[in-house]
Design a protein around this ligand. Structure first.
Ligand SMILES: Cc1cc2nc3c(=O)[nH]c(=O)nc-3n(C[C@H](O)[C@H](O)[C@H](O)COP(=O)(O)OP(=O)(O)OC[C@H]3O[C@@H](n4cnc5c(N)ncnc54)[C@H](O)[C@@H]3O)c2cc1C
Length: 475
């Protein structure tokens, strides 16, 4: 039995846990304000707020209900546009009207929900933070300028004094029932019952379910009718910790949780903005690090990042646990050193010591909200004499698996970096990779891309040894 609050009402349902929350909202509950458009998490017309009780407060995030498994709603407060509507328009809705931020209107509920979610943070959000909250919402009519004006108006009108839930309630941003929600959610303390559909034989290996951002795009019907084991909210799989320089990331930590921990930003080269190149706010709120690794896409951004950190992963089945180096985990296209009953518990790596340059590069057809054509990461330590002391290179989109570039790393390790050596290394690199032509680019284009991105890593790590003109000449 899945239990949650939908707007102000408590829901108990036996609906299939792997079905999409959007279908439940629209078809079972008759709430049609949440729109069905892309069904792939690309447009956020289906955005809802998902409230989680933590430390006596409800924390809200926007998520795409079209690919959110119903199981992940258990214990949460789900807010649709109907749950924000009152007798009068809220200030967010009024700003959208006044600034002509709505034309055909199909995307408008998603924008209002995402913006209202951003208001529910502990701190008063500014214009930039409000814009970030709608980075996954797509509008086909307005050209965005009128929406930006509405956002500006919302930011300026927000109360300055005593910013918080009570003030937002008093000023009509939220209906009164939000006041009781922390107490309401506290009454749902039992976990959801076995999520196995009745007709499914209990012997099949369960389908582990993270945020669903790969599964519900790739195989929604299969997920709906499978025995699913939700890991998204399992406390044992959450969290980002660092102890004595060893970082441990729970498999069910979301991209947002990892971003908020600051661990990756503190390791990455200051020029790199990993999280802005990764999907969109609602998808980052849903997508787990473990889901990225087990999905085994050759262009998974987390996978490529963690390969160059020389990470290990912890797998478990029943009482048996084991640790595997990530670089040994991928065996062929979507083939892994993993038994179906094993689940991923955590990703672990040593924080790169001082002096290591850790760099991430990604090129995609669009800068935002797009999967990579080619992505690559590098850990590089080059001493005062130019000798490469540490090197771990990885790349995606240039073979059937996310690649740890063993041969190129080995070729360069221990050598003194100069242009002739780099030229030779780029030849080794071309031998090591095997890109194919597909929707994300021709094979030759991907070869050239990786060559340039590799030079970008070295340019960041040792600018005094890599002449920018050499980089330009070798394009
Ligand atoms: C609009 C959109 C944009 C995206 N943009 C990007 C992008 O920029 N970069 C990128 O890399 N990806 C992107 N993705 C893909 C996706 O968001 C990521 O791969 C994400 O990390 C998957 O995590 P999840 O929790 O949603 O996985 P799920 O879909 O829940 O699961 C994926 C796979 O992992 C398995 N699994 C999940 N958790 C575990 C576990 N603990 N143990 C064992 N198996 C497990 C599932 O069974 C499934 O096989 C995008 C997706 C969408 C819809």
């Amino acid at each position: 039995m899945i239990q949650f609050y939908l707007n102000g009402r408590k829901i108990h349902t036996d609906a299939l846990p792997g079905s999409a929350l959007l279908d439940f909202i629209r078809n079972e509950q008759g709430l049609k304000g949440t729109k069905l458009v892309c069904k792939e998490g690309e447009c956020a017309a289906c955005a809802v707020l998902v409230g989680t009780l933590e430390g006596g407060r409800v924390h809200y995030q926007n998520m795409c209900s079209c690919i959110m498994p119903l199981a992940n709603a258990h214990g949460k407060h789900i807010v649709t546009i109907e749950g924000l509507n009152g007798e009068e328009l809220t200030p967010v809705q009024q700003a959208m009207v006044d600034c002509h931020g709505s034309q055909c209107g199909f995307c408008t509920p998603g924008f209002v929900v995402s913006l209202t979610g951003a208001l529910l943070r502990a701190e008063r959000p500014g214009y930039r933070q409000l814009l970030k909250a709608i980075d996954g919402n797509i509008c086909r009519c307005t050209g965005y300028k009128s929406i930006e004006r509405a956002v500006q108006r919302i930011a300026e009108a927000l109360p300055e004094e005593a910013y918080g839930l009570e003030t937002l309630l008093q000023q009509g941003y939220l209906p009164a029932y939000f006041r009781q929600m922390a107490a309401n959610l506290a009454t749902i303390n039992e976990p959801a019952n076995d999520s196995r559909p009745e007709k499914e034989p209990a012997t099949t290996a369960p389908l582990y379910l993270g945020g669903g951002t790969d599964l519900l795009v790739q195989m929604p019907r299969k997920v709906q009718h499978s025995a699913v084991l939700p890991v998204f909210t399992q406390p044992a799989l959450k969290g980002v910790r660092e102890e004595n320089g060893r970082c441990t990331i729970g498999a069910a930590a979301t991209a947002t949780e990892l971003e908020q921990s600051g661990v990756i930003q503190s390791i990455l080269h200051p020029q790199d903005d990993f999280f802005h190149l990764l999907s969109s706010s609602p998808i980052r709120n849903m997508s787990t690090v473990g889901g990225n690794l087990i999905n085994a896409s050759p262009i998974g951004d987390f996978t490529v990042l963690f390969l160059a950190l020389d990470s290990s992963i912890r797998l478990q089945a029943g009482g048996h646990a084991r640790t595997v180096k990530l670089k040994d985990f991928y065996r062929g296209y979507k083939k892994m050193d993993r038994q179906p009953e094993e689940h991923l518990v955590a990703i672990e790596f040593e924080r790169p010591p001082k002096g290591v340059c850790f760099s991430f590069e990604k090129v995609s057809a669009r800068r935002n909200l797009d999967i990579a054509s080619v992505n690559t990461a590098a850990s590089l330590a080059i001493d005062g004499a130019g000798r490469i002391q540490t090197i771990h290179l990885s790349a995606g989109g240039v073979g059937p698996i996310p690649m740890y570039l063993r041969q190129t790393s080995q070729f360069l390790r221990g050598k003194v970096l100069d242009e002739p050596l780099l030229k030779e290394a780029l030849d080794v690199l071309q031998e090591e990779i095997a890109p194919i032509s597909d929707a994300r680019g021709a094979a030759d284009y991907k070869r050239r891309l990786l060559r340039q991105l590799m030079l970008a890593h070295f340019l960041k790590a040792a600018p005094e040894r890599v002449d920018i003109l050499f980089v330009a000449r070798s394009s």
